[in-house]
Design a protein around this ligand. Structure first.
Ligand SMILES: CC1=C(/C=C/C(C)=C/C=C/C(C)=C/C=O)C(C)(C)CCC1
Ligand SMILES: [Fe+2]
Length: 526
């Protein structure tokens, strides 16, 4: 296992034809871009954490039932500095590194309170973001890297801070129908304030301003929320949107800015500056997109750790939102490469299973409502919101499903009432072995798995012109190749099962690496 996780992956610069089992429907055309860590050893030095690895870009070009795969390392300043020095010289999430004294491009790694935050890595390994016609590799620092989606070449480095004051930003932005990007970031100790900043990147730039301008240069602050604490803002990996609101969880999984400011001197990683406070609460901020202001009521729930929001929508005066939640922050712990050893499947166990929780937040709190009464009047959920003496509202979720991560939806339903979640099934081990289609209405699920296969984040691709949320209209023997009496379920799931972070892993017999497979899951066992 250690070999599979920690082994440096070879680039595949020339497109190679993938072996396709089953048949890919004729309408599934285009290029799927993926990102993830690919190199964990440089010279003699090794990263400590799987999320530290140097970004390897993957592309799957799908046309006429054929798939061509290629991959290329992101030529970030971090990658180039490491390769030139033949050792790790830039700090990542779980590894503190010291620059080459001669070429110290990332040398300003500590400073004082007004410039508390050091210069971070541009090893953009987490996701790919589309801004207008441009594609960017992203991580959670202030840097993003433009890439060429065809050749996977690395283009310019963009520093968000030039346009919006954020030191950190999520890798899970939202997109509206026109392709405008909505993202969130944290601005640390800026003019005496630490705040969460919601910002927009327009999909298109007005003609007059077009010359050489990428949409990111037109990023604008949409609104901001003060952090509860100047020196310990919450860590967050994603957020939710409905048609009119933004949902932000200020969770008790926090960054300690003073620890971060001294981490370089103390020789400890950024990860060691994050902690989960199980005595604290999770604050739920609901921001009205029309007024650009938070709904004034203080909503909160029990302490939890959320990485992925699934979806959110408005119903009967409430914002309903679904998240994958943990009881603590042990997930990050498991991805230390030292833990991903041979006994990993037995020994490396989560201390809580990721659960799908639905929250209901009442938008208008009746002043006359009795203390202790449930303000949620939505019949579709058992989630509650109890009014308290001080006017605060305590939200308790409905647990919908236990054991899933890497959730995706039909994105046309983002922010809207929806029914289906596509995810990876995760029980006690952080490595998924099944793909899941969860039906929120019937609370039932369908699963796919195959021996020695580790599926990654499944992507839902709707059939052009599809009517149902999960629809792949079935044209017997044409698209999905299934003969005889036809059930829609034969080809119901158009999942392109490919890696979210690192290559889709099929354990090879000699355990010497992973083969990339694109699998059209027409053989889901319903
Ligand atoms: C480098 C760096 C960071 C990197 C975080 C990363 C790389 C997070 C990856 C998260 C993933 C992949 C979550 C999946 O659920 C921080 C802590 C933001 C801040 C300090 C600098
Ligand atoms: Fe993620």
């Amino acid at each position: 296992m250690e070999i599979i996780f920690g082994q440096n992956k070879k680039e595949q610069l020339e497109p190679v034809q993938a072996k396709v089992t089953g048949s890919i429907p004729a309408w599934l055309q285009g290029t799927l871009l993926r990102n993830g860590p690919g190199m964990h050893t440089v010279g003699e030095s090794k990263y400590n954490h799987w999320f530290d690895g140097l970004a390897l870009l993957h592309s799957f070009s799908i046309r006429d039932g054929e798939v061509f795969y290629r991959s290329k390392y992101l030529q970030s300043d971090t990658y180039i500095a490491n390769i030139e020095a033949n050792r790790i010289v830039v700090s990542e999430f779980g590894t503190m590194a010291y620059p080459d004294p001669c070429k110290n491009i990332f040398s300003k790694a500590f400073s004082y309170l007004s410039h508390t935050i050091p210069d971070f890595t541009d090893n953009c390994l987490i996701n790919i973001m589309k801004c207008g016609e441009d594609f960017y590799a992203t991580t959670e620092t202030n840097y993003i890297r433009k890439i060429d989606p065809q050749t996977l070449e690395t283009l310019e480095k963009v520093d968000y801070r030039k346009y919006v004051a954020v030191n950190l930003a999520t890798s899970h932005p939202h997109y509206d129908e026109a392709g405008n990007v909505l993202n969130m970031g944290t601005s640390v100790v800026d003019k005496g304030r630490t705040k969460y900043v919601i910002f927009k990147i327009p999909a298109t730039v007005p003609d007059s301003k077009k010359k050489g301008k990428s949409p990111v240069k037109h990023a604008e602050v949409f609104c901001s929320i003060s952090s509860r604490s100047l020196l310990s803002p919450s860590y967050y990996h994603s957020f939710g949107v409905t048609e009119n609101y933004v949902v932000f969880l200020e969770q008790p999984f926090k960054l300690d800015i003073l620890k971060m400011a001294t981490a370089y001197m103390r020789g400890v990683s950024w990860a060691s500056c994050m902690s989960f406070d199980r005595e604290d609460k999770t604050y739920i901020h609901i921001i009205d997109q029309r007024t650009r202001k938070p709904v004034p009521t203080k909503f909160y729930t029990d302490p939890m750790v959320v990485f992925h929001h699934v979806n959110a929508y408005e119903e009967d005066g409430c914002v309903l939102f679904d998240v994958i939640a943990y009881e603590d922050s042990s997930l990050y712990q498991l991805f230390y490469l030292a833990n991903l050893n041979k006994d990993f499947e037995e020994k490396s166990r989560l201390t809580s299973v990721p659960t799908l929780r639905r929250f209901a937040v009442p938008l208008h709190v009746d002043k006359d409502a009795e203390v202790g009464s449930n303000l949620v009047k939505v019949s579709s959920t058992t989630a509650t919101a109890l009014k308290e003496k001080d006017g605060h509202v305590y939200c308790q979720p409905e647990v919908l499903y236990e054991g899933l991560e890497l959730p995706r939806i039909n994105y046309a339903y983002n922010g809207k009432p929806y029914r289906y979640i596509f995810a990876a099934e995760v029980q006690w081990s952080p490595v998924p072995t099944k793909i899941l289609k969860y039906d929120i209405l019937t609370k039932s699920s369908l699963k796919w798995s195959e021996e020695s296969c580790w599926p990654a984040e499944p992507l839902f691709v709707p059939t052009p012109g599809a009517k149902d949320e999960d629809d792949v209209p079935c044209r017997p023997s044409r698209d999905c190749g299934v003969q005889g009496p036809h059930r829609k379920s034969h080809c119901q799931l158009s999942i392109a099962c490919v890696p979210e972070i690192s290559a889709f892993g099929r354990q090879t017999e000699d355990n010497q690496g992973s083969t990339v497979i694109l699998r059209y899951t027409e053989n889901l066992n319903y």
